[in-house]
Design a protein around this ligand. Sequence first.
Ligand code: AMP
Length: 398
Amino acid sequence: MNILVINCGSSSLKFQLIDMDNESVTAKGLCERIGMDGSRIVYTPGDKDKITIESPMPTHTEAIQVVLDCLTGAENGVIKDLSAIDAVGHRVVHGGEKFAESIVIDDAVIAAIEECNELAPLHNPANLIGINVCKKLMPGVPMVAVFDTAFHQTMPPKAYLYGLPLKAYKEYRVRRYGFHGTSHRFVSKHVAEYLGKKPEDLKTIVCHLGNGASICAVDHGKSVDTSMGFTPLAGLVMGTRSGDIDPAILEYYADKEDISLKQAIQVLNKESGLAGLTGGKSDCRDLEAGYHAGDEDCINAMEIFCYDVAKYVGAYAAALNGVDVIAFTAGIGENSGFVRSKVCEYLGYLGVQIDAEANSQRGDDMTISTPDSKVTVCVIPTNEELMIARDTKELVEA
Ligand code: AMP
């Protein structure tokens, strides 16, 4: 069974064609600058080198058409025609409280996703465009929506309600939703398999540390708390997002800068976090280089980031009343032994002991704690696309 996984952003579109007979990626790629000058597709067919094709993409309709043309093209195509695509899995950022699981898309589901647009105005409308365009270009092909928020719908009220007037929740749907749910679900399941255990037997803390970063407390397979909130702006200091701040700062800063609250939120989303602390460096590799070169801003940024991660791990160890496994994932979590070791230095009180040699390795799934560490610490590469494809296959076959 061939499943096309689509992740539509506001001006970009990522895709993978996955052969579910062996869960291998047949082709993948990225359309960039949709709706702008210089739009292009970077396409990798099978094991071949990636190809960049400049092509006008005024809207997502042209972008998806270009993707389908690449997949079926005479020279670099990987399938004969569109009938080889058995189903499409769509990443959808926000499912509100309506969706606690992935679901086969029909008109009622599309309407329900539309109702969540105001909760994720930058993301959901783009996800919906992807769904509608695929419906038009591939009529009759079953489609599944996989939500970033769904995994966290098991959080109890004590974790998801804010200390605000209750009408904020009851009338305006203000609560903690959490994001990166597909990654947290994949990693918490996969780390259990890797350790030869069942997710239901473990208390796991997943640290998804990428340009966007969040931590999730997973109690016997279920998310019980997570660091992102009503939006992905909350929680850890991230590449360009502030993470948690005193909410009163917003008005104070907007007054000082003579900008609107909307503009101040933009500053919190795009100009803050590690980039804000260092005058523009958001990539962990640059920050590590700066740290070792003695750059004071880089040193502070890295210290703040690792301290933040350690504080959330401590909080979630308390929420879970103990922790069996800590799993690091995403760009920084998978690649930066430096960040992992700095975070784990704070966790000695939990009985965490890191094997420095194992932590310096790169690779697939790996354990970086010592055999006598009280908590098993692992590095697990995330794979959101595969999780989306697995859900799609399961629902379509059912
Ligand atoms: P993601 O959002 O998961 O794609 O992660 C992207 C981020 O991972 C980049 O911005 C870098 O900060 C980080 N990253 C990628 N490769 C490395 C590496 N080799 N060492 C440290 N950080 C890395």
